[in-house]
Design a protein around this ligand. Structure first.
Ligand SMILES: Cc1ncc(COP(=O)(O)O)c(C=O)c1O
Length: 366
């Protein structure tokens, strides 16, 4: 262990926990400020008061003692909002991806993923016996090459908004390719949920693909400000996951208050139209970053600036932190070598002055 930790340290990639500071938040996934919203807190509290006898814990797996009508109704409600037939809640997005991919992929199947796909999907695939191929980021020709060579049941996995680059997958074109090669398309909407698409429900709905894809993963720990995730798809998929998704079966269900919080977060999302204001903040940031800084093109709340090299990227982030901005370096091995970056997340609660000051600091440093 010590040897491996020393190697990490030597390559300036040692991860260490930090307690949240008073710096200005430009790193959390709390894009809409829901996690700190007193309005959401009140909505959650009201929801809890409607069920004064709610249990403190769920007491077991959903398949044993941890299920109730409230959870089932919540799943149906969320599925309806996302134009899906069914939904199955998981305790986190990580659990959802692990459970979904390890359960559906069988020996001899092929899964083709974008090279930047999230670690939770990679881990889910590793737990299966399927063949995994990657295609170059958002490269449709490369994806088609892989589809031509694929065997068994074919699956494609992409993120609608990529977590580290903040850019989007060409979902329509990917859906067309999936149909051409009879592949099942799975879209992880973790970073689009709450910020893009009709009713902020994500890009699958924006492109009218709800009925054309096999499954979607929606998470609640980012823009929704709470915790948990849901896999959306057909009734058959739901029933299959209840039977075969080990991260669903062999774990204690989330407690009532988690589900109440998810319900309240959806309510707040429906009541407020926050997309336009967030887009203004994003535009302000992009307009004020010097043109020759290598900002990855993105219309999402994630704006990444490639610095290159662990030491240099970490150093730049530290300087920004010293100036009062909570900006984090994303280092190799989380991202490919040479693509180490500052991952800047913009939030509704970042004032225009804070955003402009951050861009000035970045322009001076880089
Ligand atoms: C694209 C993507 N999928 C899944 C997850 C996992 O979600 P959660 O944080 O709810 O476990 C994340 C977050 O880290 C993510 O960025």
């Amino acid at each position: 262990m010590q040897e491996r930790l020393r190697e990490r340290s030597k390559s300036k990639a040692l991860r260490e926990l930090q307690v949240n500071t008073s710096r200005i938040d430009f790193c959390s996934n709390d894009y809409l400020g829901f996690s700190r919203s007193p309005v959401l807190k009140q909505l959650i509290s009201n929801e809890l008061k409607r069920y004064p006898d709610y249990p403190n814990g769920s007491t077991g797996s959903r398949l044993i003692s941890g299920n109730d009508r409230y959870t089932e109704q919540l799943e149906q409600e969320i599925a309806g909002l996302h134009e899906a037939q069914s939904g199955l809640l998981f305790n986190s997005g990580y659990d959802a991806n692990i459970g979904l991919f390890s359960a559906i992929l069988q020996r001899g199947d092929t899964v083709i993923t974008d090279e930047l796909i999230h670690a939770s999907i990679i881990d889910g695939i590793r737990l299966s016996h399927a063949n995994r191929f990657t295609f170059r980021h958002n490269d449709l020709t490369h994806l088609e090459d892989k589809l031509k060579a694929a065997k068994g049941n074919i699956f494609i996995a992409v993120e609608s908004i990529y977590s580290m680059d903040g850019d989007e997958a060409p979902l329509l074109e990917i859906a067309q390719l999936a149909e051409k090669y009879q592949a099942a398309l799975i879209v992880d909407e973790a970073h689009a949920t709450g910020i893009l698409g009709p009713n902020s429900c994500g890009l699958v709905q924006q492109y009218g693909l709800s009925k054309r894809i096999f499954a979607r993963v929606v998470t609640f720990g980012k823009a929704m400000g709470v915790h948990g995730a849901i896999v959306l798809g057909s009734d058959v998929l739901k029933s299959y996951l209840i039977n075969f998704a080990r991260s669903f079966i062999y774990t204690t269900a989330a407690p009532f208050y988690t589900h109440a919080a998810i319900k309240a977060a959806y309510r707040l999302l429906r009541e407020e139209n926050l997309q336009d204001v967030l887009q203004q903040k994003i535009r302000l940031f992009k307009e004020n970053i010097r043109a020759n800084i290598s900002l990855i093109p993105s219309r999402s709340a994630i704006q990444s600036i490639i610095i290159g090299g662990n030491a240099q990227t970490r150093h730049t982030a530290l300087r920004l932190q010293e100036a009062g901005f909570d900006v984090r370096a994303i280092l190799h091995p989380t991202v490919p070598e040479g693509k180490e970056r500052l991952r800047i997340c913009l939030h509704l609660f970042n004032s225009d002055t804070e955003i402009i000051s951050l861009t000035q600091a970045i322009n001076e440093l880089i």
